[in-house]
Write a protein of this length. Structure first.
Length: 325
């Protein structure tokens, strides 16, 4: 018996609806890699531009309504083999990098006490904008902040805040005590306007993350319990004022919107499940599962609110088979 958790992005306003059938692998290792601390972890991450459709079926299968144009030029992070040899294959088991399809970016894992190196390559061949890599939760100096400002004094010492097209940059981090949880990462480079956007209405500061440049960091320590399966979910929003190719605003899960398009997660009954959930943008979101509840450290619940740049980490044992929203 399995339990399918179905999630769906609505059209606007941060609402939640339902979704479609496309499953994750039915088996997963019960071991979380990285249980020993003090390792050096190295990631090779490429910025890439590509066409992306938020609603590939063109239909909201909850209401049956047709959805207008939902394709645009997206940006995303993709993990590669050392030296940017070739893209890593999808790995959707605990400790894996996830689908590695660009939206969201690869799952980055670390243990308290680790040092982490991220080599960023700007391969944005469509826009050719400068880009950067900015993390939450890890420690770093200004050279690895990745946050651009117009101040000349900052520009001289923060080359990593605006990596030009065709160039690479290396960021270095340490993972401090107290960092055990889920964190976001995202582009934080020079503000840009999507071609055709109205400067008086668009928000250039958020354009690159809005187009897909974000991902999740998972930090564990020796006390982190093992689970059978980890599920990664990113809430994010796209706005017609910022991306004029879109017919409307879209609220999304992992790069898709509306029932029949957003991801479906399959979990065998009896498995211990960990969800890592993050949100970016300017909306408040509600993470809610039907048919079960979890303990949030204070009380049992089946709904929790996320604001912009916040995360949730929840765990439960799958004990209620069925198809669920």
């Amino acid at each position: 018996m399995t339990r399918r958790s179905l999630l769906g992005g609505a059209a606007a306003g941060g609402a939640l609806a339902a979704l479609t059938p496309a499953t994750m692998p039915a088996s997963a290792s019960a071991h979380d890699p990285g249980q020993a601390s003090g390792k050096h972890r190295e990631y090779w991450v490429s910025v890439e531009s590509f066409r992306h459709n938020l609603v590939p079926t063109g239909i909201d299968q909850m209401t049956g309504a047709r959805v207008g144009p939902s394709s645009y030029w997206a940006l995303g992070f993709r993990a590669y083999t050392p030296g940017f040899g070739h893209p890593l294959e999808a790995e959707e088991t605990p400790g894996g990098i996830g689908p590695n399809n660009g939206i969201p970016g690869p799952l980055l894992h670390a243990h308290v006490g680790d040092t982490v190196t991220v080599h960023l390559r700007n391969n944005d061949s469509h826009f050719r904008w400068p880009h950067s890599f900015h993390v939450h939760g890890w420690r770093y100096d200004t050279a690895s902040d990745g946050a651009w400002t117009h101040l000349k004094a900052d520009a001289a010492k923060r080359r990593g805040s605006a990596v030009p097209y065709g160039h690479t940059y290396t960021y270095r981090y340490t993972v401090p005590a107290g960092a055990v949880r889920t964190w976001p990462y995202h582009d934080h480079s020079i503000p840009q306007l999507y071609p055709g956007a109205n400067p008086s209405k668009a928000n250039p500061m958020e354009t690159s993350p809005e187009l897909g440049m974000f991902g999740i960091i998972a930090v564990i320590d020796k006390h982190t319990p093992r689970v059978d399966r980890e599920i990664y979910l990113f809430f994010h929003d796209l706005y017609g004022d910022d991306i004029p190719e879109l017919s409307q605003d879209f609220d999304c899960f992992n790069g898709r919107a509306y029932l029949g398009n957003t991801p479906v997660f399959t979990v065998p009954a009896g498995e211990r499940v960990r969800w890592r959930i993050a949100a970016l943008g300017k909306e408040f979101q509600v993470f809610h599962l039907h048919g079960l509840r979890w303990f949030n450290g204070q009380f049992w619940t089946d709904s929790q609110i996320l604001g912009p740049s916040t995360t949730l980490t929840i765990e439960y044992t799958e004990d209620n088979p069925g198809d669920w929203l």
